[in-house]
Design a protein around this ligand. Sequence first.
Ligand code: PEP
Length: 257
Amino acid sequence: MNTIIAANWKMNKTREEAKESVSELFRLIAGADLPETRRVFVFTPFTCIADAAEAAKANPKLLIGGQDVYPADHGAFTGEISPAMLRDAGARWVLAGHSERRHIIGENDDFVAEKTAFALQNGLSVMLCIGETLQEREDGQLKDVLLRQLTVVANNLKSKNLVGSLPQTFAVAYEPVWAIGTGKVAGEAEVLDAHAAVRSILEDLLGPVGKQLPILYGGSVKPANAASLLKLDNVDGLLVGGASLEAKTFMQIVAAQ
Ligand code: PEP
């Protein structure tokens, strides 16, 4: 399985800044001795996708993605973006259900499941973000939340016969909401426990395909904690917000082993 190190730039960077960052990352990756299976994704704002994709295009291990997608081809959906528009700009991947979209914008499980299936049906690969709030964790609901979030998506994918292609086109990012942008990283035992739960839920819901899907950890990943996180069972990559904005810092995470 590939190890995916993904940058989520959120609402940061102009086109020029994006071009510079991706070009620098490109140079750093080209000069580094990375493990063969390492892949680097950068989820940029919509306005930066085309420039970032142009800057990344000669390196098949460096892929650009969008941060969200709407489940329709076109139409009266002001402010939204379709899979075809994302692909046209150069995106290959897209995030679905990032906690900031769930908790700030108000997206629910059904809508996240709908956009996940629609993006996959329309030629994008999807990184599905899941994770519990602090309140849910304190109430002992971690596994119920993970099961609920994954079940809605898996049922939707099964009903549309999309399961067979998932190993090449789908990844899950476990991101405890209380660890995102807070500087609080989940402890090793917490990451191991949550990732084992995600793996077992994926296997229950999707059968053997569930074993083959990368599960990334996200939440205050930094150069100092990246290597130890990557060594944990069922941690197949990292999704990085704040520490991905500066190419040199992000590269230390990309190269961690
Ligand atoms: C994220 O945005 O997915 C994230 C994990 O952010 P940060 O690394 O800043 O916690």
